[in-house]
Design a protein around this ligand. Structure first.
Ligand code: HEC
Length: 114
């Protein structure tokens, strides 16, 4: 029930990229940036990209081997529970709220070029 209600909520609300940017800057920037590999891989162009393919980043074998492609569904599953989507991965961070995930994904989707 709780999961169904959450899914409905994320579809019912329009995703807000501006809010996604704020969330990104408060929660993700400690490990990620758009254009540099840090603790986590660079994110520019991540939407639509195969998992584990940022140039020069030292991924876990689990991510490198996975066949996941980063679109809405997989990004949502990843942010909710990275280990649930790709066991053996090394991102120790989750985004519990569906609306937060939807906004973050909308923001990532728009970061295609500088
Ligand atoms: C504590 C550090 C940390 C935080 C905070 C963090 N991440 Fe990550 N993230 C990582 C690491 C490390 C990886 C690489 C995982 C691997 O190789 O298994 C990763 C990988 C990813 C990937 C896969 C990218 C690819 O190229 O395949 C996405 C998407 C992602 N993170 C999104 C986010 C978002 C969005 C946030 C903020 C809500 C966030 N992360 C917060 C450490 C973090």
């Amino acid at each position: 029930m709780a999961i169904a209600a959450q899914a409905f909520f994320s579809f019912a609300q329009a995703a807000d990229a501006a809010r996604g940017k704020q969330l990104y800057e408060s929660r993700c920037i400690g490990c990620h940036s758009m254009d540099e590999n840090r603790t986590g891989p660079a994110h520019r162009g991540v939407f639509g990209r195969k998992a584990g393919s940022a140039k020069g980043y030292d991924y876990s074998p689990a991510l490198r081997r996975s066949k996941v492609v980063w679109r809405e569904k997989n990004l949502d599953l990843w942010l909710a529970n990275p280990e649930g989507l790709i066991p053996g991965q090394k991102m120790g961070f989750t985004v519990p709220e569906a609306k937060d995930r939807a906004d973050l994904i909308q923001y990532l989707r728009e970061q295609t070029r500088k």
